[in-house]
Design a protein around this ligand. Structure first.
Ligand SMILES: C[S@@+](CC[C@H](N)C(=O)[O-])C[C@H]1O[C@@H](n2cnc3c(N)ncnc32)[C@H](O)[C@@H]1O
Length: 228
């Protein structure tokens, strides 16, 4: 008889995080320079971590994604990682509300040599996402204003093809998701968003503990097919 298997989980502490971070794809010179230039330009330092960017790039490659939509461009940091993971002829649509960020990102997408495959949509994602046709996109990555997350979930699943990937940053709500009594409106909406994602019958998803917690989900063919 087989021995009873016990479930074992290793908590990711800073030491393990540093261990895994040096064992995945590293930033190149353009990305390092982009970060310095973004700080000098007064942009907030809220781009994703390199190991999380590496995870997104791996998923885009593994999915063979040809059309990717990103909500929240900022300086173009994650956009460059995503664009580099696309096959020839692939396209990244990245949506940014702030004209200053969109301008900055366009410059650096050019410097990174991926401007030919990236379109920066300047505007509110609530207005831009409805312009994409239903089931027309392979991967959606959400990383913008937290108040918009429930809308981006609805719109993201509408535009994703069955089998497409839904990715979203900040599942840990800046580390506050479990903080008792946090009055922050962004934390509250992220908690609600996490519950909405977990309850979707048309999405099988898990939070990967990289960065601020990264939702990785696949849109299921059959809304009744989800196994938990
Ligand atoms: C966390 S940053 C994105 C970081 C980027 N994904 C990266 O890792 O390099 C969020 C961005 O979303 C933008 N944003 C906020 N509200 C938005 C909206 N309603 N529509 C589109 N973009 C929005 C902000 O201006 C900001 O640049």
């Amino acid at each position: 008889m087989l021995p009873a298997m016990s479930h074992r989980t290793t908590a990711v502490d800073p030491g393990l995080l540093a261990y895994l971070a040096v064992r995945t794809a590293q930033e190149d010179r353009v990305l390092v320079e982009l970060r310095a230039a973004a700080v000098a330009a007064g942009l907030p330092e809220i781009w994703i971590a390199p190991e999380q960017a590496s995870l997104l790039a791996i998923l885009v490659r593994a999915a063979g994604a040809r059309t990717v939509v990103e909500v929240g461009t900022l300086a173009g940091y994650s956009a460059i990682w995503l664009a580099r993971a696309l096959p020839a002829g692939g396209r990244l649509h990245t949506i940014e509300l702030e004209p200053k960020c969109a301008r900055f990102a366009r410059t650096w997408l050019q410097r990174a040599g991926v401007a030919d495959r990236v379109e920066v949509h300047e505007g509110d994602a609530r207005a831009v996402l409805p312009r994409f046709a239903a089931a027309s996109v392979d991967v959606v990555f959400v990383d913008a204003d937290k108040e918009g997350y429930p809308v981006y979930l609805e719109q993201g699943l509408r535009i994703l093809r069955p089998g497409g990937l839904f990715l979203a940053d900040n599942a840990f709500a800046f580390g506050e998701v479990l903080a008792p009594g946090s009055a922050d409106a962004g934390v509250a909406v992220l908690r609600r968003f996490n519950d909405l994602v977990a309850a979707r019958a048309d999405l099988q998803a898990v939070i990967v503990p990289l960065g601020d917690g990264c939702w990785v989900g696949v849109k299921t063919e059959d809304s009744g097919a989800r196994a938990r």
